[in-house]
Design a binder for this molecule. Structure first.
Ligand code: 9MJ
Length: 678
């Protein structure tokens, strides 16, 4: 071999090793060591060398993450060990019965140690490594045979192509490929902007992305993976438990879910279920339950499997987030800014833990895109606290009498003409404060918690106040007497006087709250805060030109236009004047900032809580930390300021230690709270 070829080969190997390592630090440990630009430079150098020296092609090169040649079809793969599926339990009773069955079979009443894992709602895969190198990836298929999706899986950054030292001769890793929610939402937004069909849910998005014959398409999709089991293994260490197996996988460079915990007995598992269910909406990816696995491998072996499911594991499912129901009618609601939103009236259905009878259809474009018609059977989705949505139509169930839905010709509430926003899908009522719907919604917004925070002034009361013409603008709220309030339906004397006090108390507010409460189009909490920070007082803001507004960070031309337009309207200025005349006031921003900084010594710090505490619950600890300005987050990363580890802290503690992050025990936390509270 000529000398420069040897040199090139050595450099290629070195670049590949460096890029594998940086990839691991970035995607698995969440702790990059070099800037993105340097990573790109190394990758470009590798790509250039690989072009010049095609004889050193390697399908597992970090350069191959971009995808490989298009396939005609997927080859069939026979799994050496069948890929089992999980049995399910849906209730606490069923979980208790599952645990009792295991104890009976083992003829041992001692509490079983379980490993509890989130049940990811993605696509199960098997990935085979030979001599520490990615050899093949396959779908689960029917459990005995799946499809070879190696080219697609290779593009996923969380899947190592080359393992860290300590790899066994052969290793089959099993896990779940999924699309994180942030990726799913941004992908769908872009798909809509390109005029393409969005995915119904993250699971379909992951499945659709893995089904591509062109892996360059898969490479563009934001996929991720967590590993949860070992299939075939030869030549590795002796592993005696699920927990040890997971730690071993992490040591080889695989990504483990940081929520995985060991639990004692089924009651430990049920506590985990409750904890995870509360956190479900904050995880950043979809789970449809949790999985309980007997930790000890010897016990797993004794328990064995029935048909296609292991006896030693069970999925404890959360209530479903998607269900089918019938669309009874579509009604149009008018919002605070006149935007007209179609709302689906549904045959009530239990989904996402509540009974849903209404769902948003967003706008007319969405109705057209879904081609949804009255009478259709639709799929309704409610994830976390998100408003229920109609995500698809089951066309095969469309009745002959299904009717298409037409846009409103006039405002359904006040009859004013409607206009369509230029270049947008929104129809808008032109009635302004003439429209009682807009009046009601503006007042609800004004009174809401993040605005003027008028305790006890709920939606139903606002509706009555507007219908009885006691209130037209927000300023009228401050002139209401206790007698007027007491005259409202379902309003006792005592509640009326409490509400009157709450209305009076709301006069002491802050400038950001006041600006947010005004309900200026496109001005949410964050923009209101930026405006308040930028101008010394309200008068300075009122006099600001569009150009001056556009200079502010985060404020673009559209928002600047809406803000300027709002303050140029004499009716709005009149309302602002009346509010101030009624006594609505706020401290100067400087004074306010001084007092919050003093009270928030942990502002800007990101904290993770793990394990259980003796003197308080984790929620209480989180509340105390948040009161001091800290942000409490779910998972440990390079950005974590410190970790509070109680009893039985699991993988988060391991990760924190691996990343060299400060760890406080309970005594340390108490000392910190004590110090900062005083
Ligand atoms: C999921 N879907 O997250 C298993 N799974 O274990 C976890 N699935 C599984 N484990 C054995 N965490 C068969 C399937």
């Amino acid at each position: 071999m000529p000398e420069n070829n040897t040199k090139a080969h050595q450099r290629i190997d070195s670049l590949r090793a460096q890029l594998h390592e940086h990839n691991h630090r970035y995607y698995i440990l969440d702790q990059p060591e070099i800037p993105d630009a340097e990573y790109d430079r190394l990758l470009q150098e590798l790509l250039a060398l690989e072009t010049d020296y095609p004889e050193y092609f390697d399908p597992n090169s970090p350069s191959q993450r971009v995808g490989s040649p298009v396939l005609d079809q997927f080859a069939t793969v026979t799994h050496e060990l069948p890929m089992l599926s999980l049995g399910n339990v849906f209730t606490e009773e069923e979980a208790l019965a599952f645990d009792q069955r295991l104890k009976d079979r083992l003829d041992d009443e001692q509490e079983i140690t379980y490993v509890c894992e989130p049940k990811l709602d993605g696509i199960a895969v098997s990935i085979l490594y030979e001599k520490g190198r990615f050899a093949r990836a396959a779908t689960r298929g029917d459990g005995s045979q799946g499809e070879d999706i190696s080219a697609n899986v290779r593009t996923i950054p969380a899947v190592p192509l080359s393992l860290h030292n300590g790899w066994p001769e052969r290793l089959e890793v099993r896990g779940e490929i999924f699309m994180p929610l942030a990726g799913f939402e941004s992908y769908n937004k872009q798909a809509l902007a390109r005029g393409e069909k969005p995915f119904i849910n993250p699971r379909n998005a992951a499945a659709g992305s893995l089904r591509q014959l062109d892996s360059k398409v898969t490479a563009q999709r934001p996929l991720d993976m967590y590993c949860y089991a070992i299939g075939v293994i030869s030549g590795g260490p002796v592993l005696t438990s699920q927990f040890a197996a997971l730690q071993y996988l992490a040591s080889l460079g695989f990504k483990l879910n940081s929520e995985v915990e060991r639990a004692t007995g089924i009651h430990g598992c049920l506590a985990y279920y409750q904890r995870l269910q509360r956190r479900r909406a904050d995880l950043g990816y979809e789970i449809d339950g949790v999985v309980y696995k007997v930790d000890d491998f010897e016990r797993q072996r004794l328990l064995g499997s029935i048909s296609r499911s292991p006896r030693w594991a069970s999925a404890h499912k959360f209530p479903a987030q998607e269900e089918m129901t019938q669309l009874l009618a579509v009604e149009f609601q008018v919002g605070r800014t006149g935007a007209i939103t179609p709302v689906a009236r549904l045959e009530p259905v239990f989904v996402g833990g509540v009974t849903v009878s209404n769902a948003t259809l967003h706008n007319m474009d969405e109705i057209e895109r879904l081609d949804v018609r009255t009478g259709d059977t639709v799929i309704v989705r409610r994830a976390g606290d998100v408003i229920p949505q109609v995500v698809a139509v089951v066309e095969s169930r469309r009745p002959a009498a299904a009717e298409t839905i037409k846009p409103p010709g006039k405002c359904p509430v006040c009859g004013s003409p409607v206009s369509r926003d230029e270049g947008a899908a929104v129809y808008r009522c032109s009635g302004g404060l003439v429209c009682s719907a807009q009046r009601k919604e503006s007042l609800k917004h004004f009174a809401s918690r993040k605005a003027m925070d008028i305790d006890g002034l709920g939606d139903k009361l606002v509706e009555q106040l507007v219908e009885r013409e006691l209130v037209t603008t927000p300023a009228d709220l401050y002139g209401l007497t206790v007698e007027q309030l007491a005259s409202l339906d379902r309003m006792a004397e005592k509640s009326a006087s409490n509400l009157s006090e709450a209305i009076q108390a709301s006069k002491q507010t802050s400038l950001p709250r006041f600006l947010y409460a005004l309900g200026i189009r496109e001005v949410g909490e964050a923009t209101a805060l930026s405006l308040a920070n930028e101008f010394a007082d309200l008068d300075a803001l009122l006099g600001a030109s569009v150009e001056r507004l556009e200079e502010i960070n985060d404020i673009g031309p559209v928002v600047a236009h809406f803000v300027h337009e709002f303050f140029a309207n004499p009716d709005n200025l009149q309302v602002i004047q009346s509010l101030q005349d009624a006594g609505v006031c706020w401290p100067t921003r400087q004074a306010e900032l001084r007092s919050t900084q003093a009270a928030q010594p942990l502002a800007g710090q990101s904290v993770v809580l793990t394990g259980s505490l003796d003197t308080m619950t984790r929620d209480q600890a989180a509340q105390k930390l948040q009161n001091l300005g800290a942000k409490v987050v779910a998972s440990v990363s390079g950005k974590t300021s410190f970790v509070v580890a109680g009893e039985k802290a699991g993988s988060k503690l391991v990760k924190a230690e691996a990343l060299g992050i400060t760890v406080l025990d309970e005594a340390g936390l108490l000392a910190l709270l004590d110090r900062e509270d005083s």
